[in-house]
Design a protein around this ligand. Structure first.
Ligand code: UDP
Length: 326
């Protein structure tokens, strides 16, 4: 059985990938510094070790204690606004931390890595849907850290035979279909959980950031991809390493507007969402959705969730359950 190290496996997408790998007969070791991750999101079938990308001794301990075959790396900071205010934190954790991880892997003869990259590496879109050949000019430090990591992978692949796949996510959404785990960021900035919290009465309202975009209803369009479809793609990517290295988009290819998300959440919950109209948020393009042909062709990936209502339903089930989970 293959032993996979999931760095950042206590976070949102990491914990769903851990569960998916275990369900598919992989052995999983989770390493996490638990700054943003939750220990109770880690599947009990996985081994857990406390480690931090900036503490190389803790990284060495992971590879000493476990004979790792491949790494899936989620351990990055992801708040765009914070990355503008505190770039040091982002370049240090995301870039230096990843170099530490790669060098430790190299020292222990581990050559395979799957990485969470992002469509934020493209920057201001020039055409839609976005494919992998689109120019990459990220507009914030967060996006730049992810692009730098992609470039480091490419150099390490040439020099040290690193086998890598960087998955450029669009908008991760939803929760496990059995509602055992889900999205739980602190602070929460993402649209779907904020809409659901407004419906539950945990927030006064949801602010719609801009209603004058050049889209059919004036609100921003994004490509929401179910977290279990992301998890599946990570397993397929792991299984593809050795015959392909490179970067692959992960999105459904379908765009959904902010107003459509609110409508889906109202339909699913049967309750009205209190809404406020607010100014545009800096750096938000009007539309972002993926050309996902490469994921289909190279990974043989097919998203199981294609209807936004089904995605929001899983997030709602999780929101209802979470109060008892915490
Ligand atoms: N959004 C919004 N109100 C919020 C949070 C987000 O209108 O309170 C919008 C945001 O402008 C974007 C979309 O919802 O168009 C998705 O935002 P999110 O932060 O979830 O993901 P992002 O696309 O920024 O990665």
């Amino acid at each position: 059985m293959k032993k996979i190290l999931v760095m950042g496996g206590a976070g949102y997408i990491g914990s769903h990938t851990v569960k998916h790998l275990l369900d598919n007969d992989y052995e999983v070791v989770v390493a996490d510094n638990l700054i943003y991750g939750h220990l109770n999101a880690v599947d009990k079938r996985a081994s857990f070790i406390h480690a931090d990308l900036l503490d190389t001794i803790s990284l060495q301990r992971v590879f000493q204690n476990y004979k790792i075959d491949a790494v899936v790396h989620f351990a990055a900071f992801t708040y765009v606004g914070e990355s503008v205010e505190n770039p040091e934190k982002y370049y240090y954790n995301n870039v230096v931390g990843t170099v530490n991880l790669l060098n430790t892997m190299k020292n222990y003869g581990v050559k395979k890595i799957v990485f969470s990259s992002t469509c934020a590496t493209y920057g201001e879109p020039k055409y839609m849907p976005l494919d992998e050949k689109h120019s990459q000019n990220p507009i914030n430090p967060y996006g730049r850290t992810k692009l730098m990591i992609e470039q480091i992978f490419s150099d390490y692949a040439k020099a040290y035979d690193l086998e890598y796949i960087a998955l450029r996510y669009f908008n991760a959404a939803g929760a496990a279909s059995d509602a055992s785990i889900g999205e739980d960021h602190n602070p929460e900035t993402h649209l779907i959980p904020l809409v659901l919290k407004a419906i539950k009465g945990e927030r006064a309202s949801i602010k719609i950031f801009g209603t004058d975009y050049d889209t059919p209803d004036g609100t921003c369009i994004r490509d929401y991809i179910h977290v279990e479809d992301l998890a599946l793609a990570h397993r397929l990517a792991l299984e593809k390493l050795g015959s392909y290295s490179g970067c692959i988009n992960l999105g459904t290819g379908v765009g959904t507007s902010v107003k459509e998300i609110i409508k889906a959440a109202e339909d699913v919950s049967g309750k009205k969402c209190p809404v406020e109209y607010a100014e545009r948020r800096a750096g938000d393009p009007a539309r972002l959705f993926a050309n996902n042909s490469k994921a289909k062709d190279i990974l043989g990936w097919q998203p199981k969730y294609n209807d936004i209502k089904d995605i929001v339903q899983t997030a709602w089930n999780w929101e209802l359950k979470k109060s008892s989970w915490i």
